[in-house]
Design a protein around this ligand. Structure first.
Ligand SMILES: Cc1ncc(COP(=O)(O)O)c(C=O)c1O
Length: 345
């Protein structure tokens, strides 16, 4: 079976084994992998501060918690993973769904439902494609995109096992060097660090204080050790994804994801008319496919929020979208088989 996603594994078991043997599994317990990962990831992104957490959802939750969004509207694309919306509710905000651009499937900035009560937006780099970032008050959901771009807004990453940089679980918030919400990046880092571990601050030996509410979102040392190995290979892994996307884009006879060398290609999507039949035939040929995503505003929890009526492109695309295998364990033969099978379906 050709898997839809599959992590790239080289020395990960070795380094994870060393941390397990050491017994220092918790962040800051002695092996310093989390600190090292934060430093190296900040260097990779070219930004000042990175705060590591235990998921992309936690990253988005904490990043949004730095802005007061209680009772205020936050605009997000309807086509995303549900976490992008959940974190707005966690922080007491009101999600407002925007439609997507039909070519890139990133948020369409031409017709945003902005009101006087809009606090900020969460654009998603869908599939890894860099979306336009026209406004200043953004928190970027970069769960699908990891590139050496300069970070212009507070940006949240996911290191879920299927992501370009894979860990058993993990996420990070990258803070740009410029001022953010009247707080400089060092202050942001301090507050995020406290909030990722139960609000604990001013820790000296066994003494500490809690000034603000926090959560239990710290990254463990085993994940960070694996992340350090993945980070070393990230450019090479991303380059292979671009190569695969190039083959797909040139040879597939479907409306499909645009080709760009500046895309992380976490996902590769095509649009088909008879999706169930297409996916069934692919599976019979030994090829897993996916459907990313059911629009968030079609979920029962979110159906009642304003914005539903404004997303016709999302609705149309969501019925047709199919994601094809995209990972670095695909051989040229696998890619050829996927393309030939898809074109015959
Ligand atoms: C667009 C998007 N945002 C946020 C997340 C949440 O990341 P995590 O699964 O690490 O919590 C995901 C995860 O798949 C995602 O695809």
């Amino acid at each position: 079976m050709i898997k839809l996603f599959s992590p790239n594994v080289t020395d990960e078991a070795l380094v994870a084994g060393e941390v397990i043997e050491s017994g220092n599994w918790a962040s800051g317990a002695g092996t310093e992998n989390v600190r090292l990962f934060e430093r190296k990831f900040a260097d990779y992104l070219g930004c000042k501060e990175v705060v590591a957490v235990n998921s992309g959802t936690a990253a988005l939750h904490l990043a949004l918690s730095l802005i007061n969004i209680k009772g205020k509207e936050v605009i997000l694309p309807a086509l995303s993973f549900v976490s992008t919306a959940n974190v707005i509710l966690y922080n007491g905000g009101i999600p407002v769904f925007a439609d997507v651009d039909e070519e890139t499937l990133c948020m369409d900035w031409t017709n945003l439902p902005i009101t006087n009560n809009t606090a900020c937006m969460i654009p998603v780099h869908f599939g890894g494609m860099k979306c336009d970032l026209h406004r200043t008050n953004c928190i970027e959901d970069s769960a699908h995109r990891i590139e050496r771009d300069s970070i212009t807004h507070t940006t949240c990453f996911s290191f879920h096992p299927v992501k370009n940089l894979a860990m058993p679980c993990g996420g990070a918030i990258a803070i740009p060097t410029n001022l953010q919400n009247d707080m400089d990046s060092t202050k942001c880092r301090g507050r995020l660090r406290a909030r990722r571990w139960c609000g604990i601050t001013d820790r000296v030996d066994d003494k500490y204080d809690v000034k603000e509410l926090g959560w239990n979102y710290y990254m463990n040392e085993i994940s960070a050790a694996i992340g350090l190995v993945q980070l070393e290979k990230l450019d090479e892994m991303n380059a292979r994804r671009v190569e695969i996307a190039d083959s797909y884009s040139c040879q597939l006879e479907f409306p499909c994801m645009p080709f760009s060398k500046n895309c992380s290609y976490h996902l590769y999507w095509i649009r088909v008319k008879n999706r169930d039949q297409f996916r069934k035939k692919m599976l019979e040929a030994g090829i897993e496919t996916g459907t990313h995503y059911k629009p968030i505003n079609q979920m029962s929890l979110y159906g009642a929020f304003r914005g539903f009526e404004r997303t016709p492109i999302t609705e149309k695309v969501a019925k047709e979208i199919v994601t094809l295998p995209m990972h670095t364990n695909l051989s040229d033969k696998d890619i050829d088989h996927i393309i030939k099978t898809a074109n015959k379906c």
